[in-house]
Design a protein around this ligand. Structure first.
Ligand code: FPP
Length: 261
């Protein structure tokens, strides 16, 4: 493949050197709480505050899509009271944010098997997604009951069904076609993936979509993550050369040709 993946997307371009799509693995809530002798759920509660501040910080910095890994398919295996606490926090968060999303024109989307979430959460998600569907300047994507492997299974199943009823051709074999069956079909691929708390793992997050993403691993625990930390990650990203498998020379414009953004 000699070109970066490209497909038409209904999301606006970000300013030069600003990642259009930032995806964050929000890690360190438990350690934040433990350091203070508090129950883990207090770390998650503070983590929700950081979700709020980061949503608006990212937009202020010029990002167009922010994806937050809020609950993975593996997180169901945590102690029942922690899982219940996270679902309650999610419910409170959605109830409280609806007005803010409408006022500030934030479109909410989700990725993941949301049909397995509690009915009350599903209902709030439906309501919020419907109420914000016409905002296209800025999109917040919550990864909920998300796992990249389950996403591939779901995409393969939907693709197979489309082949079976003649909507797709089995011998197409293009990424462009297959990627339309991923949860992220209508989104640009992440340019920058950030993980907080000093861990350097991807943990089953956007494995296919992050194929050409840049990664920043921040030592800051998620509840302490600030707009300055996000700006620092973006500044680090801006210094990097993204080559998409090409050489550095191939990316340079021929002598005498000026390129404008
Ligand atoms: C990781 O911290 C974080 C999570 C498993 C979930 C992230 C959830 C939130 C920020 C709150 C809920 C979100 C919304 C949108 C309402 P950890 O518990 O694994 O931390 P540790 O590694 O220090 O134990």
């Amino acid at each position: 493949m000699s070109q970066p993946p490209a497909r038409p997307e209904p999301v606006e371009r970000a300013p030069a050197n600003i990642p259009r799509h930032v995806a964050i693995i929000m890690d360190g809530n438990g350690r934040w709480a433990k350091q203070r002798g508090l129950p883990r759920i207090e770390g998650h509660r503070r983590g929700v505050e950081t979700v709020r501040t980061t949503t608006f910080a990212a937009r202020d910095l010029g990002v167009k899509v922010l994806t937050l890994y809020a609950f993975s398919v593996e997180n169901w295996k945590r102690p029942q009271d922690e899982v219940g606490g996270l679902m309650t926090l999610l419910e409170f968060y959605l109830k409280k944010e609806l007005k803010t999303f409408i006022r500030d024109r934030v479109r909410l989307l989700t990725i993941g098997r949301t049909e397995e979430l509690p009915a009350s959460v599903q209902e709030l998600l439906r309501e919020t997604i419907a109420a914000t569907k016409d905002f296209h300047d800025y999109t917040l994507v919550l990864a909920l009951n998300y796992g990249a492997r389950t996403e591939v299974i779901d995409a393969a199943q939907a693709y197979a069904a489309a082949v079976a009823d003649g909507r797709e051709k089995l011998n197409d074999r293009s990424w462009e076609t297959f990627s339309r069956y991923l949860y992220t079909a209508e989104l640009p691929e992440p340019d920058l993936v950030i993980r907080t708390s000093g861990e350097s793992r991807i943990s089953n997050f956007l494995l296919l979509q992050a194929a050409y993403a840049e990664f920043v691993f921040s030592p800051v625990l998620w509840p302490d993550f600030t707009k300055d930390d996000l700006a620092a990650a973006i500044a680090d990203y801006a210094k990097r050369e993204r080559r998409y498998g090409l050489t550095s020379e191939q990316l340079k414009p021929p002598a005498g040709v000026s390129v404008s953004a």
